[in-house]
Design a protein around this ligand. Sequence first.
Ligand code: GLY
Length: 361
Amino acid sequence: MNSESEIIILGGGIIGLSLAVELKLRGADVTVLSRNFQEAATRVAAGMIAPQAERIPPSPMLDLCLRSRDLYPEWTRKLESITGRETGYWQCGILAPAYEANGLDTAPCTSNLPARWLDYQAIRELQPGLGADVVGGWWYPYDAQVDNRRCLAKTSIMAAQELGVNLLEGVEVTEILQEKAQITGLQTNQGIIRGSHYILATGAWSGQLLSLPVSPKKGQMLSVKVPDSYQELPLRQVLYGVDTYIVPRRDGLIIIGATSENVGFTPEITPAGIQQLLANAIRLLPMLKDFPIEEFWWGYRPATPDELPILGTSPLENLTLATGHYRNGILLAPITAKLIADLVLAQEADPLLAYFHWERF
Ligand code: GLY
């Protein structure tokens, strides 16, 4: 545990785990510290891989997101071959129905990427059953999804285990011990833990350990199930509407998300949150009103003031930052793992990292 060559990753969400796998595959000794694997935003998200549907404007962030989306097929195949388990990656495309006559409410932010406007008739051919006031919509064929909640989260843990990453659950880091510009150890509920390099990937909780502007943005979600009376799936692509998204899994589960609330770490589901989710989703796809509800849950997105992640070096020489992924943690896991592993192990800083450095705040 106290080997001086060890890299210690703080945080067992998808960012910490994807990094652990990447670093281990490149030969590093890696330990992951997690208070509770279940509380990471990884298990809360809907699993959309949606740089276009999220309407990220042309920017280094869009470049980062597109690079990560491109890595997804190979990255998920790799996790699947290490573990023999599925990740639930599905290149299903995302349809963004619009209510405004000109479609501006869901229009693409860039004309350089494949996207197609479907008019009133065409959108109903692709997706029967849309609400009467949907006037058309944008089709993003390269956006995708992964079953983060039931597959990817567990598969990532198992991949790390399979490779020999030291996974320590139930460990809460209470203080980062520092001397000059170095971390000398981590004070935890289980004593002091030391390594030679540290990576902070604690998502919404990052601001509790270091003075970083990362705060929780709560999201409430729910799932419904396609009734057995349906012969085939009524929804085969993600619907990304105004203030709502509806994500169908291949086995008939449908995820509905999500609220976006500035209420700090306030747990639980609220009637107002669920009312908003249901009203928006039923407006978009009225058939949902009769589907049995499976589950409700909530979680915390790691938000930064400019909604961009914090990646790269830190004020401490032996600490690297990989946090603040806000709405895009699932999407950005593969590229974060690659760029941060390049930086930590080979001191290679991809030019994109400069845009996500903590010093911009
Ligand atoms: N990525 C969707 C969300 O954060 O709600």
